[in-house]
Design a protein around this ligand. Sequence first.
Ligand code: HEC
Ligand code: HEC
Ligand code: HEC
Ligand code: HEC
Ligand code: HEC
Ligand code: HEC
Length: 311
Amino acid sequence: MLFRCMGLAAIPAAAEWLKATERTKTKTKKKAGSLGRRFSMNKKLFTALVVILIFCGQSISQAQSGTKKRRPLPYEYGRVVIDNYSDKTQLAPVVFEHWIHRSKFTCRVCHVDIGFAMKAGGTDIKAADNARGFYCGTCHNGKMLVDGKALFAACSNKMAPGDAKRCERCHSLGKKVASDYDFFRFAKPLPKESYGNGIDWEKSEELGLINPVAHLEGVTPRNPLALQKDFALNPKVEGMPDIIFSHRKHTVWNGCELCHPEIFTGVKKGTSHYTMVDISQGKSCGACHTSVAFPLTDCQRCHSKPVMEMK
Ligand code: HEC
Ligand code: HEC
Ligand code: HEC
Ligand code: HEC
Ligand code: HEC
Ligand code: HEC
């Protein structure tokens, strides 16, 4: 039953989380020095885990795997298939990979400044828009230089001979298309994570191994964002560690507009109330942490440290 609920993937996650919590707890306990309390905390923890398994397990594993039963492979995580028109015009649907793009640009560039929706198929991209330099065509215009090489152009109204190969680079679902990037070669030098793309994106950036740019000439307004304070969210289950949410870091990646006002209406802390079930259905933190940012199976990365450890 538990196994079916959580999906095998979440079990080690929950166990890891328990272990880490245990570590923090032991630290606190050393100060408190009471064996009795320790046992009662373990009991609370156990209760919390049971609550978790019952209430969240099922929807988390569903939300994580969508209609497909299995967990996405590292190179599939963050993949978006766009097919509002392609199939009808006899082109293969478009495959967009987040991993390659997010290694080069912040989320904000695409989801705020260029205006891609945060929902597969949500943008209504037309070939003409791309050809005029909007959406994918903002960059894929045959001119933008990447490592000294012009980035291949997106759609055009007329097909010149020899264009088909270019079209297929994006209109690629179900085709074998030669690509410039091999996921595993790309991921090899980067710090690892257990879930999602298997890459610790945050650390990769900290170490300077990737350098996502936040500015595109003529597209992004150049005003530095006022940085917000980090804060802790309380999961309201005793024994469950608080969630440290870094407003500061999220702003650097996302800008404000990705979260306010659509995902978090409240500009006052405490006005949004979400449960883990909501989150696993793609609301709140789940808007990003089910499909592109590290997934919910990584409990411990959100339910992390005591508040005091914040800088
Ligand atoms: C190069 C542009 C680009 C960058 C950078 C980018 N995205 Fe996206 N994202 C897209 C496009 C395009 C779509 C699909 C939109 C559509 O189909 O209408 C998308 C879709 C999404 C979705 C919906 C996925 C789904 O399965 O429904 C989420 C969530 C998302 N992006 C989050 C992020 C986050 C978080 C980041 C930063 C880590 C990011 N994106 C960086 C272009 C980008
Ligand atoms: C903000 C700029 C930007 C936007 C917007 C953008 N791309 Fe890209 N795209 C890039 C860059 C940069 C690369 C890497 C090219 C390189 O290094 O050769 C790339 C690479 C690709 C590749 C080739 C990957 C490979 O393995 O060879 C595909 C396919 C692709 N993009 C599809 C899309 C689609 C589809 C969209 C729109 C939904 C889109 N891109 C929007 C900048 C962008
Ligand atoms: C950089 C990526 C990219 C490349 C390269 C590309 N396209 Fe597209 N194209 C898209 C995206 C994204 C859509 C929207 C897909 C959808 O909703 O079905 C699209 C949609 C289309 C559509 C259907 C929408 C409409 O307005 O009729 C046509 C037709 C089209 N492209 C033609 C082409 C042709 C022809 C080529 C090659 C010369 C090409 N595309 C190359 C990204 C690309
Ligand atoms: C990744 C999502 C995300 C991003 C990006 C983000 N915020 Fe927030 N913000 C939140 C959440 C979550 C809350 C808490 C909401 C709640 O508890 O109701 C919040 C709360 C706030 C609050 C109230 C804080 C308080 O102490 O009462 C303000 C003000 C705010 N955000 C402004 C901003 C601004 C300005 C930016 C850009 C510089 C920004 N936010 C970027 C998610 C985000
Ligand atoms: C708009 C998209 C978005 C939303 C909404 C969002 N995140 Fe994130 N978050 C990201 C991205 C992108 C990263 C970078 C790491 C990655 O992609 O795996 C990240 C990283 C993190 C990290 C690790 C970095 C750190 O702060 O130490 C934590 C923890 C986190 N998010 C928690 C949350 C919580 C809790 C919420 C809801 C209150 C939330 N996130 C909402 C996009 C988002
Ligand atoms: C992206 C960040 C994030 C991840 C990953 C995450 N959680 Fe949560 N979780 C939250 C937030 C935020 C809340 C608090 C919601 C609120 O404000 O009430 C929460 C609340 C909870 C609660 C309290 C009850 C409820 O539904 O609100 C439980 C139990 C819980 N999480 C379990 C888990 C488990 C188990 C995992 C791993 C399978 C997990 N969480 C992964 C962000 C996260």
